[in-house]
Design a protein around this ligand. Sequence first.
Ligand SMILES: NC(=O)c1ccc[n+]([C@@H]2O[C@H](COP(=O)([O-])OP(=O)(O)OC[C@H]3O[C@@H](n4cnc5c(N)ncnc54)[C@H](OP(=O)(O)O)[C@@H]3O)[C@@H](O)[C@H]2O)c1
Length: 424
Amino acid sequence: MTAISTYTPLVAVDEKRPATFQNEIFLEQRCPGYLQTSISHSTPLVSPRRTQNALLLKQAREQYTLVNDHSIPSISNKDEILVKVLAIGLNPIDWKGPAFNFGIPSLPWINGRDLAGIVVEADESSRVRVGDTVLVPSTDYRDIRKAAFQEYAVATHYNAARIPPSQCIHASASLGVAFVAAILALGVSFGLDFAAPSACPGPNLVDVVRRLPDDSIPSDIRDECLTARVESERLRSGNWIAIWGASTTTGYITLQMAKLAGLKVICVADIARHGSRLVELGADVLVDRHDTERAIEIIRGVTQGQLRYAIDIVGKDTATLLQRALDSSIHKDGSHAHLLGLTGLPKERLPGICYHTVPIKLFHTSSTVGESMVTWLETLLASNTLKLPEIVRTEGGLASINASLEILRQGTASGKRVVVDLGG
Ligand SMILES: NC(=O)c1ccc[n+]([C@@H]2O[C@H](COP(=O)([O-])OP(=O)(O)OC[C@H]3O[C@@H](n4cnc5c(N)ncnc54)[C@H](OP(=O)(O)O)[C@@H]3O)[C@@H](O)[C@H]2O)c1
């Protein structure tokens, strides 16, 4: 007898029986109703459910509408998998997109960028197996099949990370997009080498990107991906970095990854609220966000006016402040200061600073980049190296998402990710 899944062995199965049959037993137990037919040894996967509940955005500036007759998406190639969604992590863009009418390719549309669930279909060549519990950062928002606000979502195996049994599936659902943004910002835009840390080494993404044919990188992110090829511009262990918005989920992950790679990190946040957790995660200097002029003075003082790297995770106004904390002189080796804005960059730019946006789509457009990141994420989770965000878990499934997004919009979750439970 053997268990069907290395990570979540729920049923013992007869190993003489074919894999398809074992998968059916597993699916019926973990995802009741996915298979409508009764399972028998001679009846393979013949009649899976065809429709599902999904949350549709019918018009911009409207609430999402729950429907029960949306087609379950189909996988279209060997790299794709189908996931039964069990938990959805909510991101600010899930309410900002509809409210400000951006990031919606057409209407009606399905949104949702972070999910965790059980793999119910996968090709034999896939790096994940049927029955694996995975988290999926769904950065490919133009493909409606991959959206999180539905019972079943398509993903690629190189964008799905297996969740080890030691980690909570709901907390895991909260971290995907934040992880992708943090790693691409530090590892690609700033060229930080994650292969160096001894604790839990990861990919050197500059090398990974160097090996990609230039024309395989989408033209709108190509320059961003190639900046860090210049060695003198790269962020290195021992350098200072400032993070404005360190209490955001993306900030928590960025801080942890920066510390893992040996950086000295200045965190700007509401220190009374978030200071204790930021210290726990290794922050070197805490700066309160409320007196902004003083914050800039403190950052300049602590770094003796030599700060060369900064990430803003709040918006254009704070990015504009943060650029004043940087040493914007061009050094003798020709290198510059670097500012990355996740939510906007200053209108007025300073000479001597290179401005960056995160090349988020590299995660799904390059299987090599995607796979190197999710493989590393699996190790970070299994070794407990990465601390998961604190979450607020809401019940009520897809129907509760409108109300849950309101918690996010009002800012009352304050540093915690809202995660919607979809049950088994
Ligand atoms: N471009 C991309 O691909 C990409 C990817 C990921 C994220 N993002 C963007 O990055 C931003 C953060 O996303 P997230 O999901 O990580 O956020 P989040 O977890 O929802 O962030 C909430 C936190 O923001 C803090 N905050 C609010 N205003 C602040 C200010 N003026 N200064 C410092 N902190 C402030 C709040 O602090 P308090 O508790 O003190 O109120 C709260 O802790 C969003 O705008 C998101 O759209 C972009």
